[in-house]
Write a protein that binds this ligand. Structure first.
Ligand code: ACO
Length: 435
C-alpha cells in the first residue's frame, strides 16, 4: 500500500466549521481508499456504512476484482486462464503461497494434501450423532468446528508451521467430511479417500463410489468438478471470507474460523444461491412463464428476486459464469443430456433478462451460481449438497485469507461501531411499577 504525492481528501464539519485532512492510499490497482483510521480520534465522528458497500476492511494481495469490467484475478492471474490451464491444487497453492508451483512444488503439495485426506475415525462416530435428515451444511458447520477438538497439535496460531499444517488439513479433509455428510443422508457406508486419484476425482469417488464396486473415474466429470472448485476458490472480501477474518481476528483457531465461514456461506443471498436457482427454474417450469417471473422480480412489492442474477461487486457478466456456462454444455453433452429442459429454460431466461431494461439499467448479469446448479444436478448431486461443494472449494480461499491476516503486523481485532438510535439513558422501573 502506498500513499503518493501526499494525496488526501478534506472533510469539513459544517457544525463547527473545522476541516480535517484524510490521507488517500493506493493499492497496486483499483480505486484509492480514504484512510479513516484516525477519523474518530481527530474528528469525534465514525463512518456509517451498513453492508460495507464503501468500506475496505483489510489490505490483501490475494484476489482482485474489477466488477465494472467483469475481471477476476488471483495473485494477478485471470480466472479464465486458471480455470482452463490449471488444476484446483495448483490454484490452491497459488492462493496460499502467492506463486504458481513448479512441477516439484506441485508434486510435494499434492502429496501433502493427499496424506491428510483421512479424518480421525472418531469424527465418523460424532457424525453419526446427527439426524439422518440433517441438512449437510448443518453437519459441515458441526464437523468442521469439531476438527479443533481432534487436531490439538496445529492450533497455535502464532506458530507458522502449525498454521500451515492446519491449512493443509482443512483443504484435505473438507471434501472427505462433505462426502461423509452425503453418504450419511442416503444411508450408505462412508467411502475412504484413495490416494492415487486427483483431488476432484477422489471427491467424486467418496461421493458416488460404494465399497461393493470398483470406482471408475469419468474424466469429463472429474475435470468439471475440478473447474467448479477453481471457480469458487476465492472471491476477495465477501460475506463468508469477512466472517472468517472477523472470527480469526480475536485469535480463534482456524478450524473454528472456517466453521464460521461455512455458517455465513449457507445463506441464500450467498452460497445458497445455486440451490435457489434450481428451485426457481423448477417453479418457472416452462419458457412461456418467464415474463410472469420477470415481472415479479421487477415488482418492488414482491420479495421475489431472479436468483443467480446480480452481484454486489460485478456490474458486468461475472467471468466465472461464462466458464461455468461452457462447462455446463460439456457436462450435459458427456452425459447425453444435451436437451436438458432446465438448461434450455435457463438460457432463455438469461437471454430475455439481458435484454430487459430493468436488468440492463441496474447492471444485473448472471453470476457464477446461475449455471452451476444445472451442472451439479446433472452430475448427480442432490440440491442440499450444492452449498457444501461451494464450501469445499472456498475453504482454500478462506484459509489463505486467514493466514494472510494473521501474518499481517497491522492485524487488529475486528470491532465496528454503530449509529445508536435506541432509548437514551432513563430511570430503572422495578417490576411492581411497570405496566
Ligand atoms: N432480481 C431482481 N432485482 C434485483 C436482483 C435480482 N436478482 N438483484 C438486485 N436487484 C435489484 C434490487 O431490487 C435493487 O433495486 P433498487 O435499486 O430499485 O432498490 C438493485 O437491484 C440493487 O440491489 P441490492 O440488493 O441493493 O444489491 P446488493 O449488492 O446488495 O445485492 C445480491 C447483491 C445479494 C447478490 C443481489 O443481487 C441478489 O439478491 N441476487 C440474487 C441472489 C444471488 O444470486 N446471489 C448469489 C451472489 S454470488 C455468490 O454469492 C457466489
Amino acid at each position: 500500500m502506498t500513499q503518493t504525492k501526499n494525496d488526501s481528501v478534506t472533510l469539513t464539519d459544517n457544525r463547527n466549521g473545522k476541516s480535517y485532512t484524510l490521507p488517500l492510499l493506493d493499492g497496486s490497482t483499483g480505486p484509492s481508499v480514504i484512510d479513516v483510521r484516525k477519523l474518530y480520534s481527530e474528528t469525534g465522528h465514525f463512518t456509517f456504512d451498513p453492508g460495507y458497500t464503501s468500506t475496505g476492511s483489510c489490505e490483501s494481495k490475494i484476489t482482485y476484482i474489477d466488477g465494472d469490467n467483469g475481471i477476476l484475478l488471483h495473485r494477478g492471474y485471470r480466472i479464465e486462464d486458471l480455470a482452463s490451464k490449471c488444476t484446483f491444487l495448483e490454484v490452491a497453492y497459488l492462493l496460499l503461497y502467492g506463486e504458481l508451483p513448479d512441477a516439484a512444488q506441485l508434486e510435494e503439495f499434492t502429496k501433502t494434501i493427499t496424506y491428510h485426506t483421512m479424518v480421525h475415525e472418531q469424527l465418523s462416530f460424532m457424525l453419526r450423532g446427527f439426524r439422518r435428515d440433517a441438512h449437510p451444511m448443518a453437519i459441515m458447520c458441526g464437523t468442521t468446528g469439531a476438527l479443533s477438538a481432534f487436531y490439538h497439535d496445529s492450533l497455535d496460531i502464532l506458530d507458522p508451521r502449525q498454521r500451515e499444517i492446519s491449512a493443509h488439513r482443512l483443504i484435505a479433509k473438507i471434501p472427505t467430511m462433505a462426502a461423509m455428510a452425503y453418504k450419511y443422508s442416503v444411508g450408505q457406508p462412508f467411502v475412504y479417500p484413495r490416494n492415487e486419484l486427483s483431488y476432484a476425482g477422489n471427491f467424486l469417488q467418496m461421493m458416488f463410489g460404494v465399497p461393493a464396486e470398483n470406482w471408475k473415474d469419468n474424466p469429463v466429470l472429474t475435470k468439471a468438478m475440478d473447474r467448479i472448485f477453481i471457480l469458487h476458490a476465492d472471491h476477495e472480501q465477501n460475506a463468508s471470507t469477512s466472517t472468517v477474518r472477523m472470527a480469526g481476528s480475536s485469535g480463534a483457531n482456524p478450524f473454528a474460523c472456517i466453521a464460521a465461514g461455512i455458517a455465513s456461506l449457507w445463506g441464500p443471498a450467498h452460497g445458497g444461491a445455486n440451490e435457489a436457482v434450481l428451485k426457481m427454474l423448477n417453479e418457472i417450469g416452462s419458457k412461456d412463464r418467464i415474463p410472469e417471473f420477470l415481472a415479479r422480480a421487477k415488482d418492488k412489492n414482491d420479495p421475489f428476486r431472479l436468483m443467480g442474477f446480480g452481484h454486489r461487486v460485478y456490474k458486468n457478466y461475472d467471468p466465472r459464469a461464462s466458464v461455468m456456462r461452457e462447462s455446463c454444455h460439456e457436462v450435459l453433452d458427456a452425459l447425453g443430456k444435451r436437451n436438458d429442459p432446465l438448461l434450455a429454460l435457463a438460457m432463455e431466461l438469461e437471454r430475455i433478462a439481458l435484454e430487459d431494461p430493468y436488468f440492463v439499467e441496474k447492471k444485473l448479469f448472471p453470476n457464477v451460481d446461475f449455471y452451476s446448479g444445472i451442472i451439479l444436478k446433472a452430475m448427480g448431486f442432490p440440491v442440499e449438497m450444492f452449498t457444501v461443494l461451494f464450501a469445499v472449494a472456498r475453504t482454500v480461499g478462506w484459509i489463505a485469507q486467514w493466514k494472510e491476516m494473521i501474518e499481517d503486523p497491522a492485524m487488529k481485532i475486528g470491532r465496528p461501531r454503530q449509529l445508536y438510535t435506541g432509548a437514551t439513558e432513563r430511570a430503572f422501573v422495578p417490576l411492581s411499577g411497570r405496566g
